[in-house]
Design a protein around this ligand. Structure first.
Ligand SMILES: N[C@@H](CCC(=O)N[C@@H](CS)C(=O)NCC(=O)O)C(=O)O
Length: 206
């Protein structure tokens, strides 16, 4: 049995959507960030990073969104959520997911979690002010260079689509008008129509 530890409004949405797309049984356990449950002793004993997503499997915990997404695609090959028999295409998929994880997510985090990088209040404020510019630059790159269309990898829907949808959902709050990126906006609209996405959003609202 798989258990996903998640919190609303976070990057755990990507893994949550993929679990729903796969259709295998899983449990979703919500953490309340306003109560700092991610740093509770109970959760830290499972995931010492104190972050979501964390996926509990019968062999132990997996963290880091690209690793979780690759694991799910490989553990459930019949779902067809990654080009598993094509090393080059799989590497391209991993490159996209790594870009979201190590560049886009980090740009976003500078607006909310500046204290990870500095204790200087003025520097934290400066980092916040930079977020609309850095997030727009990232999405400009995705729009013009990485998003093949209609899905991230082209004709085939993959785990990368759930991840892009998650990060594209942060644009407005990060001070970026998504209308600047018609391909990303169209992707977001088509993702929102998928039954798996609707099902997860209903759980998050509840
Ligand atoms: N690189 C990790 C990032 C995980 C991460 O930073 N998650 C955030 C939510 S988007 C979190 O749990 N933050 C809690 C905290 O900073 O206390 C991944 O891609 O899974």
């Amino acid at each position: 049995m798989l258990t996903l530890f998640y919190a609303p409004g976070t990057c755990s949405l990507a893994a949550h959507i993929v679990l729903e797309e796969i259709g295998a049984p899983y449990e979703a356990r919500r953490l309340d960030f306003s109560a700092q449950q991610q740093t509770s002793p109970d959760f830290l004993s499972l995931n010492p990073k104190g972050r979501v997503p964390a996926l509990s499997t019968d062999r132990g915990i997996i963290t880091e969104t690209p690793a979780i997404l690759a694991f799910l695609a490989q553990a459930f090959p019949a779902s067809g959520l990654a080009p598993l028999d094509d090393p080059f295409a799989f590497a391209r998929l991993q490159a996209f997911n790594s870009y979201l994880c190590s560049t886009v997510h980090v740009a976003h985090a500078h607006g909310r979690r500046g204290s990870r990088w500095t204790d200087d209040g003025a520097a934290i404020e400066t980092m916040k002010q930079k977020v609309p510019q850095t997030m727009a630059a990232c999405f400009d790159f995705i729009e013009t260079t990485m998003l093949a269309g209609p899905w991230v990898m082209g004709q085939d829907y993959t785990v990368a689509d759930a991840y892009l949808y998650t990060m594209a959902g942060w644009l407005e709050a990060d001070g970026v008008d998504p209308a600047r990126f018609p391909g990303v906006l169209d992707h977001r609209t088509r993702m929102a129509e998928r039954p798996a996405v609707k099902a997860v959003l209903a759980v998050l609202k509840g």
